[in-house]
Design a protein around this ligand. Sequence first.
Ligand code: DGJ
Length: 472
Amino acid sequence: MNKQITSALLLFFLGISITGIAQKKEKINAIYSGIPWHDNKGNVVSAHGAGLIKDNNKYYLFGEYKSDSTIDFTGFSCYSSSDLYNWKFEKIALPVQESGKLGPNRIGERPKVMKCPKTGEYIMYMHTDDLKYKDQCLGYATSKTINGVYTFQGALLFNGEPIKKWDMGIFQDTDGSGYVIAHSGNLYKLSDDYKSVTEQIVKDMTKHCEAPVIFKKDNIYFWLGSGLTSWERNDNYYFTAASLKGPWKSHENFAPKDSLTWNSQSTFVLPIVGTKDTTYLFGGDRWAFPRQKAAATYVWQPLVVKGDSISLPDYKENWQINTTTGEWSNLTLKGTIIRNSDTGKIKYSDNWKTESVITDSFLDSSSNVKGAFFSVNFNGSQIGLYGVARPNGGYAQVEIKDHNGKTIQSNLIEMYCKHPESSLKYLSPILKKGDYKLIVTVVGEHGNWYKKDGTGFGSTGNFVSVDKIIVK
Ligand code: DGJ
């Protein structure tokens, strides 16, 4: 082959690979809490009340595939990831059934999957209920493969009777025994095939304790749970014991008081076991009722476990975990900061009004006026919004338009929290470097909800806040 042809071919192949690299979608490089996550198809990841499980070197996330308009069961989703940052939508692992406990007009919550060591089958457990939460019952479904469509098998039975409980979790001990945990401090041991309960290990240990989670470090068992406040977040607490049978020692909250568990409710703790360390990954839900599909987010934090005490001492907006070594590290989001007072760069609509009765010390700018907005023109590949969530916070519509004015990204985010907190509220997917416009609009809606006893919760206003913008 002559030299010219060889170099032409080389250039051709180089050209292909260079184009390939340039077109390769950039990956997310951290675990971000409190912001919408996007899956491989660009849709918001919807897997709430979730369980996380490692299988064959991949992580699988099963959760409630929420809706923005109804509380009815709309299926359980399954996503997979090898780095815990980038999620592939696998499928709806358990769709709405034609009839029965997970049929139309029913509740399905908190799916958790375990692999049965004896049969090799994957078993999914969940809470089933009627729309008034008055027909609670734990159920299970099975699949031969982790990411298959699960077959709903009905109620999980104990002495031939259904277990009439709502919030639930699972635990697999180091000897392969499986357990199901239910609200109010109830723990059940599963049969060898994981398809029924053989024994109640703990009975009514505590009055409340929803969203129960058990994990083990060394020879100590940790049992986490939340207060009973519907979709409202509260200060979650925990118990410890040397044996699952107890005695269980009661501890108070593991995140700072009034942080409301960094504005989340527990749903799992997964030890990420590596060659050098183990990170105990706390998974929590930041509910955003009623817009749970678009605006509910995830609060995933590295749990500090020392002896028989656990803590989440500070809120990590973004952090990294090495799934090979098991080590985690802090990550600072770097970029150009634009303060809310920089009206050269942030253009507020005339009706954007800053709240004058705010008593906290945050220096953000906020508006309660439906349709009020601000926009920022930027050149870069990613943009983030920091804001303050308050008891009067509502929903914001966040849009990114390209240089032709075409909307290329649209998200709904929520800015409600019972105690004011300031943090990252939105981070765009990574875009091709270029000129864009970010537009954030006050939707004029907020969430309200009621506890089973009728107590009301939720926001008192529709405020949207901007502390600062970050451009990368
Ligand atoms: C609190 C539970 O933890 C959630 O899973 C859900 O059932 C809500 N209550 C419903 O109000």
